[in-house]
Design a protein around this ligand. Structure first.
Ligand code: FES
Length: 178
């Protein structure tokens, strides 16, 4: 992938897209399905997550995603959905978590690394194991201080999306996707 300045991409006689490409619901739906649900999408700056517990929520292709820095300093992304009955975990668009995420419905509690660590009354359920219900991870990567998520892969490496010349030495997966 190469990056062009606006003056380098200008073509004499070029026109903007017809208006419906900006307003038609069916075009928007196709963009959601073919672009936002399948590719690496830039969601913001890494510096937004300055300290452990900082988080923000983004909407990608109809999904709500929590992006946070955990207690070890690692950046992580999860579907904003409780593993019990699917309740939205974080309603505020940004904020600071203590050391856990607690569901407002029945108080299932997750560590910032996604592990389920509290599930009231579930110890009475035969065969229930907390380790079987971590938050669902979203692939997250950092490039040049920008954070990207990808709903279609569990591979956090975005190196192949960039040319060697544009790749900074800091290109790293931001989270393991297990
Ligand atoms: S839906 Fe989250 S604890 Fe029940």
């Amino acid at each position: 992938m190469s990056f062009l300045k606006t003056v380098e991409s200008y073509r004499q006689g070029a026109r903007t897209l017809p208006g419906r490409y900006y307003t038609a619901p069916e075009v928007f739906a196709e963009e959601q399905e073919r672009i936002f649900a399948r590719h690496w999408i830039c969601i913001g700056r890494d510096a937004t997550l300055a300290t452990p517990g900082d988080y923000f929520v983004v909407q990608i292709a109809g999904e709500s995603i929590i992006v946070l820095r955990d207690q070890s300093g690692e950046r992580r992304a999860y579907y904003n959905v409780c593993r019990h009955r699917g309740t939205r975990l974080c309603e505020a668009p940004t904020g600071h978590l203590s050391e856990t995420i607690q569901c407002p419905y029945h108080a299932w509690t997750y560590a910032l690394d996604g592990r389920l660590i509290g599930a009231p009354h579930m110890n009475e359920v035969e065969g229930f194991e907390k380790k079987s219900y971590p938050l669902h991870t979203v692939a997250l990567a950092e490039w040049a201080g920008f954070l990207f998520v990808n709903l279609a892969t569990t591979n956090a490496c975005i190196a192949r999306r960039f040319t060697q010349s544009s790749r900074p030495s800091s290109l790293t997966p931001a989270a393991r996707t297990t």
